[in-house]
Ligand binder design. Structure first.
Ligand code: PLP
Length: 447
């Protein structure tokens, strides 16, 4: 207990956490985690939790893997850092870029490494302008993204995202070249509209936005195949492909943000092509790329883009830690584990059970909607199921459910009135039952 107080007090005294609410942090302090194995975490007092959030949508192969620790340690000992600027490389970067080209959709054979998801998005934002200019379209400097999206926390990636409550008024955001259209939030579609009509309306809105901004000014459209942090918004079946077709008609590049949906989260290496029939020009990935064992992201892009952008030009973008050898070694081992253990098909199997288990909560009086895909899921809680009326903000229902679940040893993420989940791909049927059982008890407790 003394140790807990010490660590929590140290953290509280010195660390500014991402997304801090100062008053509540001061009141509650941090939960200090000291160990993880598979889907489980232990806090400093030895209490065990099933982490149904998978860290932060990222611990795909599960925690505590000896092979990962060994791969990381061996690489750190052999070559702990090497510069990748200009013409220098190293074996893990060469091997990982070739591996990513192999598992990415056909034609996407080029990789630009970054330090995580935000920097992948930021780098893609620069890349689309570079490519368009190289193609002779210097005026294409604007981009379109969607409401309820989360693309990261750098200046540009945060400006591309647009979730409610995400923008502290004390910060500024880039708005001169970034435009937003509605998200495919099926549950919150206008009263009386069918899903098909809703899909049509979103496509029409996108076309209208292109017309308004001017296609000749637009470089790219940024989209998560499933909007994760925006509330696990699974689009209507034809939506993403139709958005892609609109992009193709107008010479707008399609950037798929697969930071969450990649590496087995949706049962495939990447969701955009296999699930939604879209071949993006660029895929941004991170998280499941290393299952969180090392910070790394990647911008995977097409040979067509490469051909057009290359030549007598400087591509002045990248970071000291782009293609960090230890991070690349971790990603390579992570991909090997996903392949060797058949985790894509395991995720599909467990995903079916997981979705079924979550749908089993629909009888509860405050569960308005249950949605998800494979191993990403969400429960949307409402004050009135018939009218879909939200709880008043002050009630903070998602947080209360999370607290009640945590007391019972389950971690689920609160997001306003939602609770979201993305467990490791290695989850078992018993653990899925545990998630559903505890979540049910937590919802009942706070209702
Ligand atoms: N894109 C999506 C879809 C994300 O969910 C996130 C993080 O949650 C990011 C980008 C940013 O990634 P990172 O936090 O690694 O910078």
């Amino acid at each position: 207990m003394t140790q807990h107080n010490d660590l929590a007090a140290l953290d509280k005294a010195h660390a500014l956490h991402p997304w801090t609410h100062f008053e509540s942090f001061e009141r509650d302090g941090p939960m200090v985690i000291t160990r993880g194995k598979g889907c489980d975490l232990w806090d400093v007092d030895g209490k065990r939790y099933l982490d149904a959030v998978g860290g932060l949508w990222c611990t795909n192969i599960g925690l505590g893997r000896k092979e990962m620790a060994q791969a990381i340690a061996e690489q750190a000992e052999r070559l702990g850092f090497a510069n990748t600027f200009v013409d220098q490389s190293h074996d893990p970067q060469a091997l990982l870029s070739a591996k990513l080209a192999q598992i990415a959709p056909e034609g996407l054979n080029r990789v630009h490494f970054t330090t995580g998801g935000s920097t992948a998005i930021d780098s893609a934002y620069r890349m689309v302008q570079f490519v368009q200019a190289a193609r002779g379209f210097e005026g294409r400097t604007h981009v379109i993204a969607r409401r309820h999206s989360y693309h990261g926390s750098t200046f540009v990636s945060m400006s591309l995202g647009m979730r409610d409550g995400d923008r502290s008024p004390e910060f500024t955001y880039k708005s001169d070249t970034i435009h937003h259209v509605e998200a495919p939030y099926v549950y919150r579609r206008p009263e009386g509209m069918s899903v098909e009509e809703f899909e049509d309306s979103l496509i029409a809105e996108f076309e209208a936005k292109i017309e308004e901004v001017g296609a000749e000014k637009i470089a790219a459209f940024f989209a998560e195949p499933i909007q994760a942090s925006g509330g696990v918004l699974v689009p209507p079946p034809g939506y993403l492909k139709r958005m892609w077709e609109v992009c193709q008609r107008h010479g707008i590049l399609f950037v798929a943000d697969e930071v969450v949906t990649g590496f087995g989260r949706c049962g495939e290496w990447f969701a955009s092509e296999t699930i939604y029939g879209v071949t993006p020009d660029i895929i941004c990935c991170a998280k499941g790329l290393s299952s969180g064992y090392q910070p790394i992201g990647a911008v995977i892009f097409s040979d067509d883009l490469w051909l057009d952008m290359s030549g007598d030009r400087w591509y002045t973008s990248g970071f000291t830690y782009s293609g960090h050898p230890v991070a690349c070694a971790a990603a390579l081992k992570n991909i090997e584990i996903i392949e060797d253990e058949g985790l894509l098909s395991h995720a599909k199997e467990m995903g079916a059970l997981f979705q079924q288990a979550l749908h089993g909560l629909e009888d509860l009086p405050i569960v308005g909607d249950v949605r998800g895909h494979t191993l990403i899921g969400c429960v949307e809680n409402v004050a009135d199921k018939t009218t879909r009326r939200d709880f008043d903000e002050g009630i903070d229902i998602g947080r209360r459910i999370t607290d009640a679940a945590e007391a019972r040893g389950l971690i689920v993420r609160p997001m306003g009135s939602l609770n979201v989940m993305s467990p490791p791909l290695v989850i078992t049927p018993d653990q899925i039952d545990f998630v559903a059982e505890i979540l049910r008890a937590a919802i009942i407790e706070v209702t």
